[in-house]
Write a protein that binds this ligand. Sequence first.
Ligand code: NAD
Length: 419
Amino acid sequence: MKASEQTNYYFRKASKELGMQAQLERVLMSAKREVKVEIVVELDNKEVASFTGFRVQHDSSRGPMKGGLRYHPEVDPDEVNSLASLMTWKTAVVNIPYGGAKGGISCDPGKLSHQELQRITRAFIDEIHDIIGPQLDVPAPDMGTNAQTMAWIVDQFSKYHGWTPAVVTGKPLELGGSEGREAATGQGVYYAIEALMADEGKSITELSFAIQGFGNVGSFVAQFIAAAGGKVVAISDYGGAIINREGIDIPALMAFAKVSGTVVGFPHAEPLQRDMLLSTDCDVLIPAALGGVLTKDNAKDIQARYIIEAANGPTTPEADEYFLKSGKILLPDIFVNAGGVVVSYFEWVQNIQQFRWRLDRVNTELKGIMMDAYREIRSIAKSSHCDFRTAAFQLAISRVASATALRGLETDAFCLIRS
Ligand code: NAD
């Protein structure tokens, strides 16, 4: 199943529960604007090269559109489209005043020099500067891009429009980035776990965790769980996996992985076959690496009672159905990994206010937003007798439909959602 089909499947399941009409479904599912541009630059060897850049703007009914910009050889328009719509639902679930967008350039950043990447980024902004901006569409880093890319975008955009740090988020601190942005997604995942476990009457200290992926998200989640007294028993990355039933020493693993670049070979744990991590005996499984890893083939092997989707799209619809039937509790990606976009929102607010927040304020506000969203999702799940994912999509769809109706599209179909 393609990425877009997966998003649409979950969307349709929730819209069916809401009793939504087909015409409204179509309006909410389709992208507002899809832009494809040719980026022509001179390479370091003086050859002229051309790359294709995309920006998909999915929905702006609740505010400026928001979403990452990825540089990857296989940036696929279908995937960009699906990720743009996911951003619409994600920003709506956590109730921040944004719509959804996503974009990218079809290039291999590993094969391009620093200067070539800078020229490509600037040339892309030359092509799209009039359709992005603090009140229109606010890009952020994604696969293959980083704070440096965002700094070039601020500089290039500001040549056309004057000093505008709020045009992107995920910037370096020196150019208006926010405290707490790097850890934000992992911090948000941790708050989501805390909210669920408080509800389940469980303490983090009595639970065991397995985490797939030890990159930005996985490593921060592991650190927050360990700092709260939770036992992380297994961790994997691209190279392999490790296990220690007594609990992995996370600060020591961080220091090890910083030097070796992988968790493999960590001396205070046993090696484990990489994909066996998913079926490890533990209470909480946190996929924090790739999409589509929990499938109909391995769903029956998953032992964890709780699945916390830190990655985007880790569960296929078949596995999702299986987990539902077997009584597992799954917190969905559109809520769980929203911490990154929430702190991006704080960065944008700080840029517009020209006022810097301290880290403790960033984390207090983030926790408040994650807790509020959890309570709202849980309340819908209880009243509609549905799972958390369907409840989260219902919450998001209702908010987007309601904003669309209030802005003037007062057809019967939209009013049904508003009431
Ligand atoms: P990252 O590139 O920093 O880390 C990815 C990790 O996954 C690495 O440790 C890598 O070795 C590991 N990995 C890759 N293939 C693997 C495999 N087959 N088995 C086990 N581990 C594997 O990426 P990230 O920023 O941590 O993002 C992880 C996931 O979270 C992605 O799905 C991303 O879309 C999602 N996400 C990230 C953010 C963010 O702010 N970084 C926000 C929202 C969602």
